[in-house]
Write a new protein. Structure first.
Length: 547
């Protein structure tokens, strides 16, 4: 453990002091002799000392801030790439389990209706309340991440998710199943909302592109992989919907055990606070402090900011409002497709449950295409960011805006007994490609626009997007029954056509809108963007105080 050392002690222990990697910065009166002495030290030995001639009152009260040294192994950003990728894979594993559970439930509703003697609408509610947890709970849970760190949040929510899956598997009434799904979504939301912040904790801004793309790919691909597997489980009479839940419980339990031994705390402020506490305990000197201990507001204030600012940004910022409404509709349609694709292909093409589940491979293929296309999108961004600013992110998004209604029109009018099933699956693949790009680019664009306020803008966007996932399937079955699949999806395509201009307006006029925005204008005047934030960069879950 590094402690503050006097000059004489340091010369006597120079060999051992090379292992020290913390800077203890004393805030008080400095002298030239102390500065010269500190400059003569190696990076591993640099520290500041109480100065001869300074007042005793100053020595007793001035804080000594504990900070990381350059290349400190305890600093998550300077860890080895192997360690960074291990952490990235662990947290993305939680993302994968979470995404799988969100969609695979839809494949088991037929046996659930028969087993629990409930209506199809009640089973749909059980499907929808899962993303509702994604929308609401992060408004509260993110403040706890600021207070206690990321690792405890991951472990607690992962263990609670296991219990929720077990509760769902053992449910004897639809009401208990709905409660289990709602709680499961609340706890599993960590796997979607906290991972972006963790990636920003450990990767330098210039390195985050591929880890963020990988996280997005896992999220989207596992949304498709879940129904592919659960369709065959539902098709087997001895397994069906309960074993879908048991498998989630098993995999979540395995993940929890792995995370206990491999997960490391990644939030710098939490690590420094713990180190400062250890130094106070070891030395008996109360002046050792982490800066966050003096600047961080109380938990109650953090929770208030975490809950209110995203909604305020969502309602008052034109950029955040427009792009959030766009993804709100896209994700609403996505979950309508998740709930309706299986019965549609059973009705029109005679697929069994396992075969209809394989149609969701279109999500995996679409995500793979999106991952490849994003490489070109990143190239366009690097070539044009100096001229266009954050709007350079939107080149490929404008293409997606056009493909969205085209894919829905194609799906609506090719899903017919007279047309081969490959054509509607191609349409679904195009749609899923667009959903992947929208998920990733909207995240990056809002982060670039709002800089230190990105957490609030992204939380508002996430709230809006997941509310679409909750609301749309509730009326989808009634709409499909009244309008048929063809005209219902045609209606979706028509609405998608109406909102095509949103990315184009932001692309051409986003700079003007940012200048008129109180928050974005501050970012523009200071030259800040989230990708170069001194704290955690794209920090999707850290509430910040105004100013």
């Amino acid at each position: 453990m590094s402690t503050l050392t006097t000059p004489n002690e340091l010369h006597a222990s120079r060999a051992s002091s090379s292992e020290h990697s913390l800077t203890a910065t004393h805030v008080g009166n400095d002298t030239a002799s102390q500065s010269n002495f500190c400059e003569s030290l190696s990076d591993a030995e640099k520290c500041s000392f109480p100065v001869l001639g300074s007042s005793s009152a100053s020595l007793r009260t001035d804080p000594i801030y504990v900070e990381f040294m350059v290349n400190d192994p305890r600093n998550p950003v300077t860890s080895s790439r192997f360690k960074k990728w291990c952490i990235t894979l662990v947290v993305c594993g939680f993302t994968g389990i979470t995404a799988t559970a969100s969609s695979s439930f839809a494949m088991g509703t037929e046996s659930m209706v028969h087993d629990l003697h409930c209506t199809q609408f009640q089973a749909t509610i059980a499907l929808c309340v899962y993303p509702l947890g994604f929308a609401l709970v992060p408004l509260f849970s993110t403040a706890f991440s600021e207070e206690v760190g990321r690792k405890p949040i991951y472990l607690v929510t992962a263990f609670a998710s296991v219990l929720c899956y077990v509760l769902a598997a053992m449910s004897n009434t639809i009401h208990l199943a709905i409660v289990a799904r709602a709680l499961g979504g609340a706890f599993a939301s960590t796997g979607a909302t906290l991972v972006g912040g963790t990636i920003a904790d450990i990767w330098e801004p210039a390195e985050r592109g591929f880890p963020m793309s990988f996280f997005t790919f896992v999220n989207m691909a596992c949304t498709g992989f879940g129904p592919m597997v659960s369709g065959w489980i539902e098709y087997e009479p001895r397994l069906q919907w309960r074993w879908i839940q048991w498998l989630h419980a098993i995999f979540s339990g395995v993940y929890f055990v792995i995370a206990m031994f491999t997960m490391k705390e990644t939030r710098q402020s939490i690590i420094l606070r713990c180190l400062a506490q250890e130094m106070r305990k070891e030395t008996g000197d109360p002046r050792y402090r982490a800066r966050v201990e003096e600047t961080q507001p109380e938990l109650r204030e953090l929770m208030w900011i975490s809950c209110t600012r995203p909604i305020r940004v969502l309602l008052t910022e034109p950029i955040a409002t427009s792009i959030s409404l766009w993804v709100f509709f896209m994700w609403g349609v996505l979950f309508c497709l998740i709930s309706s694709v299986s019965p549609l292909f059973k009705t029109l093409y005679g697929f069994n449950t396992g075969q209809s589940g394989m149609v969701f491979s279109t999500i995996v293929v679409g995500a793979l295409i999106g991952l490849s296309a994003n490489v070109y999108g990143d190239k366009l961004y690097r070539q044009n960011v100096a001229r266009k600013g954050p709007e350079a992110r939107l080149y490929i998004t404008c293409l997606v805006a056009v493909l969205f209604p085209l894919a829905m029109f194609m799906f609506a009018w090719t899903a017919s007994q007279q047309i081969h099933w490959i054509w509607p699956t191609i349409a679904l693949t195009i749609f899923m490609f667009g959903a992947f790009i929208a998920y990733l680019v909207v995240f990056l664009y809002l982060a670039d626009c709002y800089g230190p306020y990105a957490s609030s803008a992204l939380a508002g966007q996430s709230l809006c997007r997941n509310m679409g996932s909750f609301i749309f399937p509730l009326f989808a079955n009634y709409m499909f029954a009244d309008l048929t699949y063809k005209w219902s999806n045609t209606l979706f395509a028509g609405i998608a056509l109406v909102i095509v201009p949103i990315p184009f307006v932001l692309f051409f006029y986003g700079s003007s809108l940012r200048r008129r925005s109180p928050l974005c204008s501050k970012v523009m005047s200071s030259g800040q963007v989230a990708m170069s934030s001194a704290d955690t960069g794209i920090n999707t879950d850290t509430p910040r105080l105004p100013g």
